[in-house]
Design a protein around this ligand. Structure first.
Ligand SMILES: [Zn+2]
Length: 538
């Protein structure tokens, strides 16, 4: 069996690994390269394999750098199953068409420019129609459920605690009488993030394919990130400016709302009347999906919502759906807080808010997430004096902040802690998803601290994997099957509890029953019960 690293190797984005065993080919992730013109080139280049030959796509989570090329894969002939958690599949059903729309707009814009210069028009990488086709191939599963892809490959998705529905993937592969266990870390979550549960600890693996985005860094403002945000807001509002927060539509936006909800409730500050806008259709839809998937959230947050304090709903919070509402934000008098996407400022409505605020000395731009090399966000953080936004040169006079503590990624310490969860040394750890320095530093660190053999992989590198401790891996898979059944039963128990609590809430409050949400909850219980009976039959 062999693995090829087709993206997120020697770089952070474009996650895509191809795994081949016997005649079966599967992909783990099919993400978009992000950050500047080099990334666009890579996306346009097409795939290193024939998409029609791929049998399965295992998707760790919905972020575009992990899922963004799925419609392109489908456009070029992929017809297999796309296996992800149910929440990831729900998120992709809004994120992939959104990404497709951006591709269409960019191609149209580029084509106009090229035609004016006497060149050929360009096709979008994929269209909204391709994205709709891709969505039909998704199969939503639960965490901790053992899934047999065929007689020789079994997988299990574990909560990665990174964004809603995010997963690490355990994969058991049997070939020529041997069994190997491979773990794909996906993006590993930040334990301190309030909305997500903690990343799962996995105890055994022969091979680990691991992300190292923050392999050389510690999130220094983790504990006081909310205070830092509060200071920036207070300071900016005193000056009469706006606070613009470029934010990823999924998870980060909801986390910022969670913090603003807390700030708004505090009686010591006069922030209650400041309008807060979530200006991104994608973020608005993503927030609804969060509300539909409460059982995936951190237990304290679930409790908070059950007690009647919905962090995604507070006075003066406006979700601006239409383009007119969005434009109106920039003509309102007085200060406001504007949360808009995309997070790296590469596309979307954030560009308008940057155009209106970057030049204002009284406004603040607050970055709360990773900015890829070459992206507009990264260039602003790195101190460029003038940037081109929507075709106009804008000189930067606003205050630029970057609060690292909001990261949805584990930092160096978090990554190391996750690796320490493995009870015995894996045969090898393959390091991916990192810029050069992060990869180098983390590679040395795990060699010195844990004595784990590891390798920084190269783009398009193919590596043959062989079994190292077959019997233990087999035993572990049997235990995993039993755990999977117990977990599914606990899952049903939790979901029933949520239905009961929701019903009680409707009885005690005067709120109208949201039937859709209830049907959704009961449906997912039904699906889990089916899985349990299938598991027991095995
Ligand atoms: Zn991610």
């Amino acid at each position: 069996m062999k693995i090829s690293f087709l993206g997120a190797a020697e770089m952070v984005t474009g996650s895509c690994f191809m795994f081949e065993v016997d005649n079966v080919k599967l992909l783990v992730d099919c993400g978009m390269f992000q950050g500047g013109s080099d990334a666009t080139e890579l996306n346009l280049k097409g795939f290193e394999f024939n998409p029609a030959d791929i049998d399965f796509l295992l998707l760790t989570h919905a972020h575009i750098d992990h899922s963004g090329r799925i419609p392109q894969l489908v456009k070029h002939g992929f017809k297999g199953k796309i296996i992800s958690t149910a929440a990831t599949s729900e998120l992709c059903s809004i994120m992939l068409p959104d990404s497709a729309y951006i591709q269409e707009m960019e191609a149209e814009w580029l084509s106009k420019k090229r035609v004016r210069a006497g060149k050929h028009a360009v096709e979008p990488i994929y269209t909204v129609e391709d994205a709709q086709e891709a969505i039909k191939l998704f199969v939503g599963i639960n965490y901790n459920e053992l899934i047999d892809l065929n007689n020789n490959i079994t997988v299990r998705y574990r909560n990665a605690g990174h964004i809603l529905g995010s997963a690490m993937i355990e994969m058991w592969v049997r070939e020529k009488g041997e069994e190997i266990k491979i773990v794909f870390s996906g993006d590993i979550g930040n334990k301190e993030a309030p909305l997500m549960q903690e990343p799962s600890i996995i105890e055994e693996a022969d091979y680990i394919i691991m992300e190292t985005t923050y392999g050389n860094r510690l999130h220094k403002d983790m504990k006081n990130k909310a205070l830092l945000l509060l200071d920036i807001i207070t300071d900016t509002i005193e000056k009469g400016g706006n606070v613009v927060i470029p934010s990823f539509a999924v998870e980060r936006t909801q986390e910022i709302l969670y913090e603003l909800n807390k700030i708004k409730e505090s009686k010591t500050i006069k922030l209650k009347n400041i309008p807060v806008y979530v200006d991104s259709p994608l973020a608005i839809n993503a927030t609804k999906i969060f509300e539909n998937n409460m059982e995936y959230l951190d237990h304290d947050t679930q409790e908070l919502i059950r007690s009647g304090d919905n962090p995604f709903d507070f006075p003066n919070l406006t979700f601006t759906e239409t383009a007119d509402e969005s434009k109106a934000i920039n003509t309102t008098k007085g200060s406001s807080i504007i949360i808009s996407a995309s997070g790296m400022c590469e596309a979307g409505r954030i560009k308008h808010h940057l155009k209106h605020n970057l030049w204002r000395a009284d406004s603040s731009i607050v970055f709360v997430g990773y900015q890829a090399k070459g992206s507009l966000g990264r260039r602003i953080i790195e101190g460029e004096k003038t940037v081109k936004v929507l075709g106009e040169d804008i000189s930067i006079r606003s205050k630029i902040y970057s609060i690292e503590g909001f990261s949805g990624h584990a930092d160096q310490l978090g990554l190391l802690e996750w690796l320490k969860g493995f009870k015995k040394k894996p045969a090898k750890v393959f390091l991916t998803h990192g810029e050069e320095e992060a990869l180098e530093v983390f590679s040395k660190l795990i060699k010195n601290e844990l004595q784990f053999e590891n390798q920084v992989v190269k783009i398009n590198q193919t590596i043959e994997l062989t079994a190292s401790n077959t019997t233990e891996v087999v035993k572990e898979r049997y235990i995993a099957r039993k755990d999977s059944i117990i977990d599914s039963i606990e899952n049903v128990d939790q979901k029933l509890h949520n239905v009961l609590q929701t019903l009680k809430k409707y009885v005690t409050s005067k709120e109208d029953i949201k039937l859709d949400a209830l049907y959704h909850m009961v449906d997912s219980i039904d699906a889990t019960l089916d899985n349990i009976s299938n598991e027991i039959k095995k």
